[in-house]
Design a binder for this molecule. Structure first.
Ligand code: DQA
Length: 150
């Protein structure tokens, strides 16, 4: 039997993690975060499909795949969290749990980061836990998949 699959999406500029503003985002690379995600998913007998794009429409299309093919979603929409009604609508259309992650605590930062269109549609938000936020998000999705009444 194949393991239930979760979709882990990453938005713009996250491909350069490790070199991008380490004071804000740390030195962990996206490849290292991907390894953390696969390890945590395996702990919960899930399989993770981990992706990154710099394009908003691609994130929208990938979210649509979660209508049929995934039991949950983890998403770091990066800057699109603050601008994209399209991502809000795509997340809102899903019936599976969606956990939004931000490496930094966006609430402690510039006011334009205090608008979060994804958060207003997501199941839960983890911000400011650094790379560990992804591990926590996978664990939370797993707990909701195991017991959807949580
Ligand atoms: C981010 C926070 C966003 O405000 C920013 O635009 C990013 C990264 C984070 O993970 O902390 O690109 O999503």
């Amino acid at each position: 039997m194949t393991a239930p699959r979760i979709l882990v999406l990453n938005g713009p500029n996250l491909d350069i993690l490790g070199r991008r503003d380490p004071a804000q985002y740390g030195t962990t690379t996206l490849a290292e975060i991907e390894a953390i995600v696969h390890t945590e998913a395996a702990v919960h007998e899930l399989e993770a499909d981990f992706r990154q794009t710099n394009r908003e429409g691609e994130l929208v299309e990938w979210l649509h795949e979660a209508l049929d093919d995934f039991v949950g979603v983890v998403i770091n929409p990066a800057a699109y969290a603050h601008t994209s009604v399209a991502l809000h609508d795509a997340v809102e259309a899903l019936t599976v749990p969606v956990v939004e992650v931000h490496l930094s605590n966006t609430w402690k930062r510039e006011p334009f980061r205090h608008v979060d269109h994804v958060a207003t549609a997501a199941t839960a938000v983890i911000a400011g836990a650094g790379a560990d936020g992804y591990r926590l998000a996978v664990a939370h999705v797993a707990s909701l998949v195991a017991d959807p009444t949580d």
